[in-house]
Design a binder for this molecule. Structure first.
Ligand code: NAD
Length: 462
C-alpha cells in the first residue's frame, strides 16, 4: 500500500473498513493462522509455511447461452487448500464477489474446520463469479454443469467433494452429481458431492446441519460456563444477520430451544420485533416475497442497526467482514456465534476480546454442516440411509467434543503463556508479547497441530 490512509477492501467487497484495515479474506485467514502459530513454537518454520498456503487453485472460464439469448462467459474457481487429513471438502458459492482470494480463504478455513470438528477431510472451496438474482434456473444449471465439466477429475469422491454454500442448494448439488455421473458412469458416484436432495442420496438433517451445529456449540459453550450468568440459550435474545440456509434455520432452531429471535436481515432488508419474531412466519414471508422486508409485526431497521441491536447472542450468517473496525464498538451482545465464514475481522476480534465478548469462531460454530456432509459421504459409500435421530445424535457428539476441546485449549494455552514464551526463546524465535488467546486462536492451534501431526506421521514426500 503506497497510501497508508487508503481504505482497503476485499475485491468487489461492499464493506468498508477503517483506513488500513485489510479486508482481503485470504490475508485475514493468514493473519489468523500466523497468530495461532505464535503459540505453537515447536512447529518447524517450513511446515508452517506449507500449511499456510493452498495446495492448488484452479481457475476456469466457460461460456453459456443465457435464457435471454445472450452468450456470457463466467469465471469459476476451485481451491484445494490441504489434503493431509483426507479428500478436499468445501462448498461452492455463486456470488458476484467471489474471487481467487475469497476462495483461498474459504478453503483454508475448511482445512482448520475439518480438523477442529474431527472429520477426515482436507479443506477446499469453490465459486463462480455471478449474480444469481439476474440469472434464471436454467442459466444456473448450465453454469453448474459447465463448471463440473471444466473441473474434470479435480473433483471426485476421494479427491475433492463439493457441498452447498451461498446461493447454492440441494438442487445445485443434484446437478453436480448428475453431470459427474454422466462423465464417470458405471460406478457409485453419489459421494462426489454432499448436500444433495434426500431422495438422491442426501442425508436427513444435512439442510439443517449448519444451524443445528451452531445451536449445539452455543449450548455446550454456555453450559460450560463461558458466559457468567447465562447457562443456556433458553430465554436469550438472538439477532441474526442473513436469512438463508444457515440463518433462517438457526432462527427456527434457536427459537425451538427457547430463545427469542428479535431481529433478522437479508441482503435487502433488516427488521426488528423486540417481542419476538416467529421464524416459521418469517421463512414463509421470505419464500413468498423474496425478502424479510415488511414482515408482519416488525419495524424496519438499517443493516448497521441490526448488528448494533442489544441482544444476548448475535449470529452473523451472511458473508465475510461484517463485524469490522468501524462497527465493532456498536456491537451490544454477550456472545457472537459465527454461522457465516469469516464474518469478524482480526481488528474486530481484538476489540471484542478486550471487551469480554466471546466469539464462537466459524471453524467451530458452523462445522455442523461439514460434519453432516461427512455423514452423507459415509452413507453414500455404504449405500445406507441413516435415521434423522442417528444423524442428529452423532452431530451432537461431534459438536460437543469439538466445543469442549476448544474451550479446554483456551484454558491450557492461557495458563502456559510463560512456558510457551520460554520455548520460543529456546528455539531462537522472535520475542513477542504473548497475550491471552481468544476462542478462535485456541481453535486454530488445535487444528494446526492436528494437521501438522498427520503431515509428519505420513512423512513429507518423498
Ligand atoms: P444462503 O445463500 O442460503 O444465505 C445467505 C443469506 O445472507 C441470504 O439470506 C442473503 O440475503 C443474506 N445476505 C447476503 N448479504 C447480506 C448482507 N450484507 N446483510 C445481510 N444479509 C445478507 O447461504 P448460506 O448457505 O446460509 O451461507 C451463509 C454463510 O454461512 C456463508 O458465510 C457460508 O459460507 C456459511 N456456511 C454455510 C454452510 C452451509 O451448509 N450452507 C456451512 C457452513 C458455513
Amino acid at each position: 500500500m503506497n497510501n497508508p490512509s487508503a481504505v482497503v477492501t476485499a475485491p468487489g467487497s461492499t464493506v468498508l473498513g477503517t483506513p488500513g484495515e485489510d479486508l482481503n479474506p485470504f490475508h485475514i485467514a493468514q493473519q489468523q493462522f500466523d497468530r495461532a502459530c505464535l503459540y505453537l513454537p515447536k512447529l518447524k518454520a517450513g511446515l508452517i509455511e506449507y500449511l499456510k498456503r493452498p495446495d492448488r487453485l484452479i481457475t476456469v472460464e466457460f461460456p453459456i447461452e443465457t435464457e435471454d439469448g445472450d452468450v456470457r462467459t463466467f469465471v469459476g474457481y476451485r481451491c484445494l487448500h490441504n489434503q493431509m487429513r483426507g479428500p478436499g471438502k468445501g462448498g461452492i458459492r455463486f456470488h458476484p464477489d467471489v474471487s481467487a482470494d475469497e476462495v483461498r480463504a474459504l478453503a483454508s478455513w475448511m482445512t482448520w474446520k475439518c480438523a477442529v470438528v474431527g472429520v477426515p477431510f482436507g479443506g477446499a472451496k469453490g465459486g463462480v463469479v455471478c449474480d444469481p438474482k439476474t440469472l434464471t434456473k436454467n442459466d444456473l444449471r448450465k453454469i453448474t454443469r459447465r463448471l463440473v465439466v471444466a473441473l474434470g477429475d479435480a473433483i471426485g469422491p476421494y479427491i475433492d467433494v463439493p457441498a452447498p454454500d451461498v446461493n447454492t442448494n440441494g438442487e445445485t448439488m443434484a446437478w453436480i452429481y448428475d453431470t459427474y455421473q454422466v462423465l464417470h458412469s458405471g460406478k457409485n458416484n453419489l459421494p462426489v458431492v454432499t448436500g444433495k436432495p434426500v431422495d438422491l442420496g442426501g442425508s436427513l438433517g444435512r439442510r439443517e446441519a449448519t444451524a443445528r451445529g451452531c445451536l449445539f456449540a452455543a449450548q455446550r459453550a454456555l453450559e460450560s460456563g463461558l458466559i457468567p450468568g447465562m447457562s443456556s440459550v433458553e430465554g436469550a435474545k438472538v439477532v441474526i444477520q442473513g436469512f438463508g440456509n444457515a440463518g433462517s434455520i438457526a432462527a427456527e432452531l434457536f427459537a425451538e430451544a427457547g430463545a427469542r429471535v428479535i431481529a433478522i436481515s437479508d441482503s435487502r432488508a433488516a427488521v426488528l420485533d423486540p417481542s419476538g419474531i416467529d421464524p416459521a412466519l418469517a421463512v414463509a414471508h421470505k419464500a413468498q416475497t423474496g425478502s424479510v422486508a415488511e414482515l408482519a409485526g416488525t419495524v424496519p431497521i438499517s443493516a448497521a442497526e441490526l448488528l448494533a441491536t442489544s441482544c444476548d447472542i448475535l449470529i452473523p450468517a451472511a458473508l465475510e467482514n461484517q463485524i469490522h473496525a468501524r462497527n465493532v464498538d456498536s456491537i451490544q451482545t454477550r456472545l457472537v456465534v459465527e454461522a457465516a465464514n469469516g464474518p469478524t475481522t482480526p481488528t474486530a476480534d481484538r476489540v471484542l476480546h478486550a471487551r469480554g465478548i466471546p466469539v464462537l469462531p466459524d471453524i467451530l460454530a458452523n462445522s455442523g454442516g461439514v460434519t453432516v456432509s461427512y455423514f452423507e459421504w459415509l452413507q453414500n459409500i455404504e449405500n445406507e440411509q441413516w435415521d434423522l435421530d442417528q444423524v442428529n445424535s452423532k452431530l451432537l457428539r461431534y459438536m460437543n467434543r469439538a466445543t469442549d476441546k476448544v474451550i479446554a485449549l483456551l484454558g491450557e494455552i492461557n495458563e502456559s503463556l510463560d512456558e510457551i514464551g520460554q520455548q520460543r526463546a529456546e528455539r531462537g524465535l522472535v520475542e513477542v508479547d504473548l497475550e491471552p488467546v481468544d476462542l478462535r486462536t485456541a481453535a486454530y492451534t488445535g487444528a494446526i497441530q492436528r494437521v501438522a501431526s498427520v503431515a509428519l506421521e505420513r512423512g513429507i514426500w518423498p
